[in-house]
Design a protein around this ligand. Structure first.
Ligand code: 28F
Length: 641
């Protein structure tokens, strides 16, 4: 794309308008006169330096915030031509800085502007500045010209000294006019982030940013990425967990249009896809993005079918499926970009769609062929996304199906309470039929409902929503809650203020409790977050002395209690039976009676940490799960009620 610049000459400059127009309506040229517009001036100048880099003549650009919030931008390019411009009769440097649209973009000469939106150029910056100084290093000489108060030439281009023969470049310093801008204070971070982005987008180009406002001669920060957008992807994935090592980097060129893409999947569920045209972020996508998305979906589907990971009967993967956990940078350099849309954030050039599709599909297909291990990891990730998407859809349809999950349809499993006001109602989810029977007899039938569970419920961490919904126990729970799930979830429809998990104090009981918590956390998170979920705590020991009966939860409490007794007291200790062996009265007394029982409220104070904990717990690893069962007090706060 550099050839275009070879025939460049000074005739390309066209004189269109005076700088006064810019000062009258700055918004038309730089968008706003707020802090954003202030920074925009820097990008106008930096863009010119980037153009020189894109032309292949510059590999270092420096931006300095000076004392007093003036800016200096320096490049080591060829230097703006210093000869007299035939149309204006003044030096080209002066012409570029005083004639609106003198950048060549409108002159048809082909000097590229890196930003399609920008590139209105140096003269706009000059028009909106208190002062500007331009220094050019060329042919062993140093030239300088100066402007003041909106671009009035106060010093014609003058040879002010000599330099080494091989030193070339352009240095521009300017101070934004405080009469134009709401603020005159530059933000280092804002400049740095964009400078770093420009370094990612232009491989091999080094960019330095320095803040000299507080202290001179600081070194600043230099960004140089030989890997270009691959390093951008690596940077974006740094706090994520990539699922394959290599960052896939593909590029191609046709008719002076350069296209490249870099990508890597991570274990997350969100995507970070950013696209650029001539270094400008195309927020609203466009043809370059469309080409890639189309090709990505097609190539993955083809591979998945061929490898039989996707069976004949399976639905095809969608664009959403294939971008789950995808970090991707798309960059296109186009000599004549058409920006569309309200905010001009969309690339419209239709020829780019094909180029993007071709470059991406050929390269990505090849990557998959050459890296079968990575290919499988990637395809399986996208297939999982698809399974989850289909399952979620089924779940929604299922909860919508009239009558299917209605309370009416219980078949007698739920022993509901008489009271209908949820604020006083409780649902006991009880392990086993026999405990269920005792609980029904021992309950307060007015406010306490009993749902007995037969055996263990499905581990929803290991099963997708569709399988979970085909599980009888889970369907019953969903129905009992009354809230629905997925899109249809409605917390206000919860039929009980307290949902109490009542399981044995042994390992099996703990396991069932964790399975239920996982189910609640995954499907009914708001219920957990709102503090509706509790664990009943059946006592492990009963201590009788005289007429007093004391139930304690564990050995520690037992020993503490005994130590507190008069040493002469005679007492008996009974190890409590499992829930199933207690009669109704015992169960009521120890575990259900509002005045005597001990409940533990399940809280989720840190949703993210809890989510991770649940994954860890309920995933493949057995050991951490055992640990949770022992330590689950971390997410559970003791509460005496
Ligand atoms: C700190 C900002 O502005 N760098 C620039 C060049 C180089 C050439 C050029 C610029 C003439 C008519 C535009 C040199 N030699 N940094 C910069 N480096 N402009 S701006 O040409 C200016 C054109 O319109 C340049 C041969 N061709 C071009």
């Amino acid at each position: 794309m550099n050839e275009n610049n070879m025939h460049y000459n000074e005739n390309d400059i066209q004189v269109l308008e005076g700088l006064e127009a810019v000062r009258k309506r700055p918004g038309m040229y730089i968008g706003t006169t707020d802090v954003k517009g202030l920074h925009h001036l820097v990008w106008e100048i930096v863009d010119n330096a980037i153009d020189e880099a894109l032309a292949g003549f510059c590999n270092h650009i420096e931006v300095v915030i000076n004392k007093g919030n003036s800016i200096t931008v320096k490049d080591n390019g060829r230097g703006i031509p210093v000869g007299i411009h035939p149309k204006t009769g003044v030096s080209t440097v002066e012409t570029v800085y005083t004639v609106l649209h003198a950048g060549g973009k409108f002159g048809g000469g082909g000097y590229k502007v890196s930003g399609g939106l920008h590139g209105v150029g140096a003269s706009v910056v000059n028009a909106l500045s208190k002062w500007v100084t331009v220094t050019v290093y060329k042919d062993g000489k140093i030239y300088e010209t100066k402007f003041e108060n909106g671009g009035k030439t106060v010093q014609k281009l003058t040879e002010i000294g000599t330099c080494e023969e091989n030193r070339t470049g352009t240095t521009v310093s300017f101070k934004p006019d405080p009469e134009i801008f709401d603020t005159d204070i530059y933000d280092y971070e804002t400049l740095k982030v964009r400078i770093r982005e420009l370094a990612f987008l232009n491989k091999g180009l080094s960019l330095t940013i320095r803040d000299d406002r507080d202290m001179e001669d600081t070194t600043g920060e230099t960004f140089l990425y030989e890997g270009g957008i691959s390093e951008y992807v690596k940077f974006l994935n740094v706090s994520k967990t990539p699922i394959h090592d290599e960052i896939i980097h593909l590029e191609g060129e046709e008719d002076g249009i350069f296209f490249e893409v870099a990508m890597q999947y991570n274990s997350g569920y969100n995507d970070s896809i950013y696209s650029f045209v001539n270094n400008i972020n195309t927020h609203d996508g466009g043809t370059h993005e469309e080409g890639v998305r189309r090709a990505l979906t097609r190539v993955i589907n083809n591979y998945a079918r061929k490898a039989n990971i996707l069976k004949e009967k399976d639905e095809s993967l969608t664009g959403d499926d294939v971008k789950e956990g995808l970090t991707m940078i798309i960059s296109c350099k186009h000599p004549n970009p058409q920006f569309e849309g309200q905010t001009k954030g969309r690339l419209g050039n239709s020829e780019v769609r094909k180029l993007a599709d071709n470059v991406f599909s050929a390269g990505f297909e090849r990557f998959l062929m050459e890296n079968p291990k990575e290919a499988r990891i990637i395809i399986e990730k996208t297939v999982n996304a698809s399974v989850a998407r289909i399952a979620a859809r089924k779940a929604r349809e299922s909860t919508r199906r009239k009558g299917d999950l209605d309370v009416i349809n219980f078949g007698g499993k739920l022993e509901d309470c008489k009271e209908k006001d949820p604020s006083v109602c409780e649902l006991f989810i009880v392990e086993g039929d026999s405990a269920g029977g005792s609980a029904v007899k021992g309950r307060d039938a007015m406010t306490q409902a009993i749902l007995p569970l037969r055996g263990k419920i499905l581990n929803v961490e290991k099963a997708r929503v569709d399988r979970a919904l085909s599980n009888e126990e889970i369907r019953t729970i969903i129905t009992a809650f009354g809230t629905g799930i997925g899109d249809a979830f409605d917390l206000s429809k919860l039929r009980y203020n307290k949902i109490i998990i009542m399981t044995d104090a042994d390992v099996d009981g703990s396991h069932i409790r964790v399975l239920l918590l996982t189910l609640f956390y995954r499907f009914f998170k708001p219920i957990v977050e709102a503090g509706h979920v509790y664990a009943a705590q059946p006592p492990l020991f009963c201590i009788k002395h005289g007429k007093t009966i004391k139930y304690v939860l564990n050995e520690e409490e037992r020993d503490t209690y005994i130590a507190s007794l008069n040493p002469n007291t005679k007492y008996d200790i009974f190890r409590m039976k499992g829930l199933g062996e207690m009669d109704a009265e015992e169960l009521n007394e120890t575990t259900m009676d509002i005045n005597k029982r001990i409940l533990r409220k399940i809280t989720v104070d840190d949703a993210i940490a809890a989510d991770e904990a649940f994954s860890l717990l309920m995933g493949e690893e057995v050991e951490p799960r055992r640990k949770f069962i022992e330590e689950n007090a971390k997410y559970v706060e003791n509460l005496d009620i």
